[in-house]
Design a binder for this molecule. Structure first.
Ligand code: PSU
Ligand code: MN
Length: 313
């Protein structure tokens, strides 16, 4: 695809990584604008980028600013996304609308996958993916994250999916979409704050090499689409599933009472949970994202080594 006439701006750091075939790790920005409050969001974004650089990869945080897709944000741009209330949560379908309006948006998993794939980034680190919401048989609320996971060749490193979702149905949907689900050193798909969900994965990868090999075989074979890599939250920061279940029930009730629907539901639920757990969930959230950044960097480096001369397509 010819990107020259499109409003896309790639930072110098990411551009030179592309030129030199260095491993790049994409990062979403809805976590920053809608997933966590200020100043935790800015601090986390800085720390995650630092972890990625420290392990030898290049971070590429993605957002839309004044109608331009930005790949690789400056500190000022992260601060803007973190604090400005006009920044809209943006999924893939909304990208052209924002560009036409010269608007500002934070990219969800679906939009970040799309933007990262535009320049051939193969690894994307996030906290949790969106999925099939509880009661989706009535609401039809299924995140477009799942659709876009099936559309682009990228590995999404996450701590599973929050149990505000129906995790069983989310995994079924991923199967329908032909997206393989890898557990990183686990047999179970993780449930974000908790290490276990009660649902299995397609394979337990015991090393980053194994994950990189799966990526390479899949795409070399021409089996297009993404891969989910579920990394359990570090044990010391886990919140037990039984404890989370109570908070989630309360948040679901509150959302129903206030008739929160569509794209507003996930941010609302996250805010409710943060309030109810009195910050404990923020510590867990920070811990799991840092852990994903560490593992994601290593996967990006390994994949680059495996594909040797050509790690960016
Ligand atoms: N899940 C989380 N934290 C988040 C999100 C999901 O644990 O911040 C965000 C991500 O950006 C994800 C989006 O792509 O919410 C999904 O929103 P929806 O369910 O409206 O598709
Ligand atoms: Mn939704």
């Amino acid at each position: 695809m010819n990107l020259t006439n499109l409003p896309i701006s790639i930072s110098d750091e990411v551009q030179s990584a592309l030129k030199d075939n260095l491993p790049i790790v994409a990062l979403e920005s809805t976590i920053i604008s809608h997933g966590m409050s200020y100043p935790f969001n800015v601090r986390l974004s800085e720390e995650v980028e630092k972890i990625i650089r420290h392990h030898g990869a290049v971070p590429a945080t993605i957002a839309i600013i004044n109608g331009v897709i930005k790949i690789g944000l400056s500190e000022e741009e992260v601060e803007f996304i973190a604090t400005d209330r006009s920044v809209k949560k943006t999924s893939k379908r909304e990208i052209p609308l924002l560009l036409a309006n010269k608007g500002c948006g934070s990219t969800t998993v679906s939009a970040t996958i799309f933007c990262a794939a535009l320049i051939g980034i193969k690894v994307f680190v996030t906290g949790g993916i969106g999925g099939v919401h509880k009661d989706a048989q009535y609401t039809f609320d299924i995140s477009s994250d799942l659709t876009e996971l099936s559309n682009y060749n990228i590995a999404v490193i996450c701590a599973g999916a929050k149990s505000i979702l129906d995790i069983g149905l989310t995994l079924e949907k991923l199967e329908t979409l032909s997206v393989p689900v890898i557990g990183y050193k686990t047999d179970e798909f993780p449930a974000f704050y908790s290490r276990e969900s009660g649902f299995g994965v397609d394979i337990n990868a015991e090393s980053v090499e194994k994950v990189a090999m799966i990526m390479k075989y899949k795409w070399d074979l021409g089996i297009n689409g993404g891969i989910v890599v579920g990394c359990p939250i570090p044990r010391q920061d886990e919140i037990p599933a039984e404890e989370m279940a109570g908070y989630i029930k309360k948040a679901v009730k509150e959302a129903e009472k206030e008739s929160i629907k569509g794209k507003y539901l996930t941010p609302f639920m996250l805010q409710e949970i943060h309030t109810h757990t009195r910050g404990k969930s923020i510590d867990a959230n920070i811990s799991l994202i840092k852990n994903n950044a560490l593992i994601g960097s290593k996967i990006a480096i390994k994949y680059c080594e495996l594909t040797a001369t050509k790690c960016i397509v």
